[in-house]
Design a binder for this molecule. Structure first.
Ligand code: GRF
Length: 213
């Protein structure tokens, strides 16, 4: 049975290389989603140009115009729902969504984080990794819950930290992995292949899917 593509909103704050990976996956038919809108928390970022070049709907919800996180979070969800989005993908989005967003998009917000959670949550994960001296870091794709960088983990991949790494070099290798892992996770979600059980996310078997429709 062919499923209707899931309408999603992609949230960005910066260069949008993860957004580009999602756009490319959508165009090649691998994402199982329609990118209904790209929402940025600021104007003038490269990700907005990528969205416009791809002919996508674009909204700027300027976080500095809001006097509370809750109000900003509501405005982001309002924008996503105006475009019919049924899930949010945080692709380098540097703002924290408050619990109202999780209520409005239950089990339907996905984030990519440049470290192996639960190690190094927060905004400066790559710098924190290098400062700590760990030998392995990686990428985590996870559902968003009420706590920062905490929700059930969909996928992870480890990356070696090299002796001469600086933040730029390490982040570049991390992003290569992000650009593969995030679209794969979003595609699995869109096809209904992710089963969430508490903190555990498992991939539904293709055979089970065939049986159920
Ligand atoms: C990504 O590495 C993401 O993990 C981190 O910010 C970066 C955003 O990159 N939170 P881009 O905007 O997708 O190029």
């Amino acid at each position: 049975m062919v499923k209707t593509p899931l309408p999603i909103a992609i949230l960005i704050s910066g260069s949008g290389s993860n957004l580009q990976a999602l756009i490319d996956a959508e165009r090649s038919g691998e994402l199982g989603c329609d990118i209904a809108v790209v929402i940025s928390d600021r104007s003038g970022v490269q990700g907005l140009d990528r969205a416009a070049d791809a002919g996508l709907g674009v909204e700027v919800v300027d976080w500095s115009a809001f006097d509370s996180r809750e109000a900003f979070s509501e405005a982001v969800c309002d924008a996503a729902q105006r475009y019919g989005a049924r899930a949010l993908v945080l692709a380098g989005f540097m703002r924290i969504l408050t619990p109202n967003a999780i209520t409005r998009f239950p089990n339907a917000i996905i984030n990519v984080h440049p470290a192996l959670l639960p190690s190094f949550p927060g905004a400066r994960a790559v710098e924190g990794t290098l400062a700590y001296g760990v030998k392995l870091t990686g990428v985590t794709v996870h559902f968003v819950d009420e706590q920062v960088d905490h929700g059930p983990i969909i996928s992870q991949e480890a990356i070696e930290v090299l002796p001469d790494d600086d933040a730029d070099a390490l982040h570049a290798r991390i992003q290569e992995v992000e650009h593969r892992l995030l679209p794969e996770a979003v595609a699995a979600f869109a096809r209904g292949n992710l089963v969430v059980d508490g903190r555990h996310v498992r991939l539904r078997h293709a055979q089970t899917e065939a049986k159920t429709g």
